[in-house]
Design a protein around this ligand. Structure first.
Ligand code: ACO
Length: 394
């Protein structure tokens, strides 16, 4: 039977415990806390521990979202992981997440639309469910951007952070609620304004590409800023128009957390007071595809979302991509308490013929060694220990 709506029934997020502050970055590159805060609004960001990866963070967020939805993992039909920092070129991160959460029946795939990826994923999940093809879809945004940041480049390394957010979308026989309108765009003119030149098949990694640091993010910040401020408001207005709504109908605007100035500019263009805009870029920086679902989960946790509220999610990113989705919220926010007991431990079987090195960027290792005690990171990676054992070791 064709469902009447596809609703978000569960949500959750995970942010690694390692914190990298602006003061830390002052010790690495020619920057200042004052510059970073005034130009971006960022105070600190999170960095994945050696035993963590995009797949493990995605899995923790997914387990929390499933608990909130009170859905057995075996009921999940499809896992969509939006990411540009997949654990490997292949297999997909989604395949690893499937193992970690025990979603025995689920199909699983990654989706690469950069920071707009989770919004793209939400619309895909809506289509799967309302077409009658699937009943339960997990939409995850997860990134370990610290591992593709050049910590010698002040233009980019201050901006990004790690984390994951997830929602469970389910078929409902009740009408109303869920996605009301959306807009997805791509402007390939910006394809090389934010990109990683090496590591794909166009420029495989060689000693030369490593020497050029071409396996790290490169960005034209000014062009990207202009694109973002031009596109976000337009995408939001188009999506609202398709939903038959205006900005006056929005209870909460949940934008991609790239830069506070971009968010404020878009709010101003839309005529939205900042009290109706959720902001957490100060604490996490830009977590790309994870940014909107982390912000949504936090907003619910903080009592900012109630049943009947109309929410707008909007994002932009590499591609250039942009995406906006208007959604009517239906779930009881109190359900969040169901995820209280879900810790950060997940297990994904390791490869037989490969033992990894500490994936923490070498420039950052001294900060964490100082705080955590030298040796912990190296030991846990070498022994393949997961979060629980590593935490016990600390
Ligand atoms: N500390 C100190 N100075 C800096 C730093 C820094 N961390 N970074 C840049 N500067 C300098 C620049 O070198 C420049 O110096 P110059 O005038 O001597 O050349 C000066 O500050 C001003 O640089 P601008 O680029 O004009 O600074 P702006 O105010 O535009 O802020 C920023 C730069 C924050 C990068 C902004 O352009 C921005 O946020 N752009 C959007 C970036 C973004 O959101 N990217 C994510 C895309 S999403 C994805 O898919 C991953």
């Amino acid at each position: 039977m064709q469902p009447r709506s596809a609703r978000i029934e569960g949500w959750g997020y995970y942010a690694p415990t390692r914190v990298l502050t602006n003061a830390d970055l002052e010790r690495l590159v020619d920057t200042s806390d004052e510059w970073i805060q005034t130009r971006t609004g960022i105070r600190e960001r999170r960095v994945a521990a050696p035993w963590e990866s995009t797949a493990t963070m995605a899995s923790v967020a997914a387990r929390r979202a499933l608990a909130v939805a009170d859905v057995d993992p075996a009921e999940v039909d499809m896992i969509l992981v939006a990411t540009v920092t997949s654990d490997y070129q292949f297999p997909s991160t989604a395949a690893l997440v499937k193992e970690a959460i025990g979603a025995e029946r689920a199909a699983a795939m990654d989706l690469a639309a950069a920071c707009s990826g989770w919004v793209y994923g939400l619309t895909a999940a809506h289509a799967y469910i309302t077409s009658g093809m699937y009943r339960t879809v997990l939409v995850i945004g997860a990134e370990a951007l610290s591992r593709v940041c050049d910590f010698t480049d002040r233009n980019t390394c201050v901006l990004f952070g790690d984390g994951a957010g997830a929602v469970v979308l389910r078929a409902s026989e009740e009408a109303g609620g869920g996605l009301l309108g959306f807009e997805l765009t791509v402007d390939p003119n910006g394809a090389y304004n934010i990109w990683i030149p090496a590591g794909g098949n166009r420029n495989p990694v060689t000693a030369g590409t490593v020497e050029q640091r071409a396996h790290f993010i490169r960005m034209d910040g000014r062009e990207t800023y202009k694109y973002a401020t031009r596109t976000l408001a337009r995408s939001a207005v188009t999506a609202l128009g398709r939903a038959g709504l205006t900005t006056d109908d929005i209870a909460l605007f949940v934008p991609h957390q790239a830069n506070l100035r971009i968010i404020e500019s878009v709010a101003k263009q839309l005529g939205l007071d900042m009290s109706r805009v959720y902001v957490n870029v100060d604490r996490y920086g830009n977590t790309s595809a994870a940014s909107v679902p982390i912000a949504l989960s936090e907003a619910i946790e903080r009592g900012r979302v109630q049943p009947g509220d109309r929410l707008v999610f909007v994002a932009f990113g590499a591609g250039y991509t942009s995406g906006a989705a208007v959604l009517e919220w239906t779930a009881d926010p109190a359900r969040a308490a169901r995820a209280a007991g879900i810790g950060a431990d997940v297990s994904i079987h390791p490869p037989k013929d490969w033992t990894g090195d500490d994936p923490t960027p070498p420039e950052l290792r001294p900060f964490f060694a100082e705080r955590e005690g030298a040796g912990v990171a190296a030991e846990t990676v070498a022994s393949g220990a997961g979060g629980a054992e590593a935490a016990a070791a600390r």
